[in-house]
Design a protein around this ligand. Sequence first.
Ligand code: TRP
Length: 358
Amino acid sequence: MEEIHPGSFEATQERSLKLEQDLTLNPSRYRVLTGDRPTGRLHVGHLFGSIQNRVRLHKLGVTTFIVIADYQVLTDRDTFEAISENIRQLTIDYIAAGIDPDDGKTFIFPHSHVPELNQLLLPFLTLVTMAELDRNPTVKEEIQAAGLSRINAGMYTYPVHQAADILFCKGNVVPVGKDQLPHLELTRIIARRFNERFSASRAVFPEPHPLLSKAPVILGLDGGQKMSKSRNNAILLSATEDETAALIKRAKTDGDRLITFDPVKRPEVSNLLSLISLSTGRAPEEIAAKIGDGGAGTLKKTLTETLNEYLRPHRARRAELEANPDYIHQVLVNGVAKAREVASATLDEVRDAMNMRI
Ligand code: TRP
């Protein structure tokens, strides 16, 4: 088997920009596949980082499958009690943010409900080596972060399962953050090896392209690390305005009263300025100049007002959706039905290619 060459990050960024242009011109050539683990509620980091990017692609008219990767939750934690509630909450936030599952082009589904997708895992596992799985840098980091003493085999193999998430619908564009690039490279290798080994005359799978998000990484309110619910530094989309105000009040800043935008030297203050910028569309430098020597108090007050105002329509939509559980259920049932139809056709092709007809 040929080796995996991830290529440089710069080259990926450049290809991502070209792809971005072609998506606008020819949306019908593309099929977007994206996904999340249902490990908790979404926060403003998700909204500004990945969800809005999806909404934008969605509005270009690209067919989009959103996989809720519930099996992946079992790789690095013991808890599973909240999975189905988290699936519902994710769906609510996608729709509240502007994803329209009734447009006939957008399908949201948990992968545990699509047996034909999961079955692709079996042939795919034979296309990669143990050494390749063992080398995956994102998996290594996750093992470290979770502090696991016993690592289950699902942890090593979930990137192959993720290839099935992407390839079952022949997704060719995958909007991702940097940490997911090793998984995408593995998916491309699996597609290539499958085609070469089983279907040399006609490719069954496309090699999907990563689309890097342009939004900056949003730090948590502690300013030191990425916003994340498990690090307790997040503003949830489902928080009330008062809860949001209280969280921002406790946010870490520094002792300098003069507010300036300097992400390297003043990460905490700059992160709050970025959040105001994302909520208002104004440049962070301009916001800093306006606050001037008003200090952290004025900065926090401005963020509380602008963020709450920005999130108000989202929160109103999510309250309506919360009150309508039958609708959310139906969205997921429809998503599963479409995913099964598409996965079933792909699995037929895959079995044919492997000479497993009966
Ligand atoms: N591993 C991704 C994450 O942790 C979630 C995911 C599962 C995913 N399947 C996917 C992302 C397919 C993109 C494509 O965020």
